[in-house]
Ligand binder design. Structure first.
Ligand SMILES: Cc1ncc(COP(=O)(O)O)c(C=O)c1O
Length: 407
């Protein structure tokens, strides 16, 4: 790498950081002087959260005890926090409920999707599933298919339109691929699924909080997502389920627990579902995790997802440019699409020595992660990653590759 290139990229990074409208957000997070590029796995801790959780434990639980179900708003937290997430994924209020893991919500959504599809007529016995999916979605969809008498058809998202037909009941897709960072065409694929008379279920784990999703605008039927990545809800924070308002009355949950009953304290033997997003609830919510998430969502106050998206694309462009400039040709190959319309908020680089390289990067304070066997993943969280971070990560990567080759 030439000294001029290095100086030029460092200066560019400084200029871009100086005009970045999201730069002030960084000080809201607990970060050290390293470069944290793993927010697509576990988002960083917003600094104000521990005090809020302390209050949940010592005052709400410790002093108010059982009264907190009402007085501290514990009982209604799943819907209330769902409404906080709603604008981040382009949903009007009343359609998102928080709770359970993404895996459990995939189960609810896929089974409910087949039940919705069967209302329109018989003969729809196939569930199309993203062949490149995060594994849990595939495992759960397969079990849901066995339980409901459907057949799984694995299909690459881009090939979905050619495979859809009058046997398709539901289609389960990821908006952003967890391995490559590829962004799939949610509006186009949802429209194609609808044209075939089927139900579209989207997994938003790698897109919510990183880019505009537009659930209502694009007519998505059902969606699920986690909150511990770009939404910074904390380790194991609860996931969410979106049920479009037009489907709520017919949404038939395969896990009809007492929390989704119209009269949960009636304790009746017969199940009668509540109206609205509450219908997606199951059992007693994990209040401590849930209220940790609620506090963490404060960092989104006044932040526009469009601004986040613009910075995310600028950051990933700049990182790719720095990698190109610093890393010797052929040592890494980006598997993340170059086209903005096809890119999420991470860069995935294929690298022969990926395992050793990621270990050394982390030792030097550049934290990404590895998807075996050979993919280095770098997640760019626009709320707290800057352009100087992107430049430094690429520079350290080049140094580490140099050493790894020599070893
Ligand atoms: C795309 C996707 N779906 C589902 C999951 C699994 O979520 P959970 O462990 O909350 O069930 C993950 C986890 O990283 C994921 O990335």
């Amino acid at each position: 790498m030439s000294e001029t290139t290095y100086t030029e990229l460092r200066e560019r990074a400084a200029t871009l950081d100086a005009v970045d409208p999201l730069a002030p957000q960084r000080k809201l997070f607990a970060l050290d002087d390293g470069v944290y590029l793993d927010g697509n796995s576990l988002g960083a801790l917003p600094l104000h959260v521990p005090a809020r959780v302390q209050d949940v434990l010592t005052r709400q639980w410790g002093e108010l005890r059982i009264r907190s179900w009402g007085e501290s708003g514990w009982w209604t937290a799943p819907e209330r926090i769902g409404d906080r997430i709603a604008p981040l994924v382009g949903a009007a209020a009343g359609q998102i409920v928080v709770g359970d893991s993404t895996s459990v919500n995939v189960f609810k959504a896929v089974v409910a999707a087949t039940r919705l599809a069967s209302l329109a007529g018989e003969g729809r016995d196939e569930i199309l599933v993203d062949a490149t999916t995060f594994p849990t979605d595939g495992y759960i969809a397969a079990s849901a298919a066995r339980l409901t008498g459907h057949r799984i058809v694995p299909v690459a998202p881009a090939d979905v339109p050619g495979v859809l037909g009058d046997r398709t009941a539901a289609v389960l897709l990821n908006q952003v691929d967890f391995r490559t960072g590829r962004l799939h065409d949610l509006p186009g694929l949802t429209a194609a699924v609808h044209a075939a008379g089927a139900i579209a279920v989207w997994d938003l784990c790698h897109s919510a909080g990183a880019l505009p999703v537009g659930l209502d605008e694009h007519g998505v039927d059902l969606a699920v997502g986690c909150t511990y990545k770009y939404l910074n809800g904390g380790p194991g924070s609860p996931a969410y389920l979106y049920v479009a308002e037009r489907h709520q009355a017919a949404f038939d949950s395969p896990l009809p627990g007492w929390n989704s009953h119209v009269d949960p304290f009636g304790m009746t033997p017969d199940y009668a579902p509540a109206d609205g997003s509450v219908r997606g609830r199951v059992g007693t919510p994990d209040i401590v995790s849930m209220l940790t998430l609620e506090a963490a969502l404060d960092v989104w106050d006044g932040v526009s997802v469009d601004t986040v998206r613009a910075k995310s694309l600028a950051l990933t462009d700049f990182f790719l440019e720095c990698v190109e400039a610093y890393v010797p040709q052929g040592r890494v190959v980006s598997v993340t699409p170059a086209a903005h319309a096809e890119r999420g908020s991470q860069v995935a680089l294929r690298c022969a020595e990926a395992e050793a390289v990621m270990r050394r990067l982390i030792e030097r304070g550049v934290v990404g992660d590895l998807r075996r066997p050979d993919v280095l993943r770098f997640g760019f969280t626009p709320l707290y990653v800057g352009f100087a971070d992107a430049e430094r990560a690429a520079r350290v990567l080049a140094e580490v590759l140099e050493e790894t080759q020599q070893a």
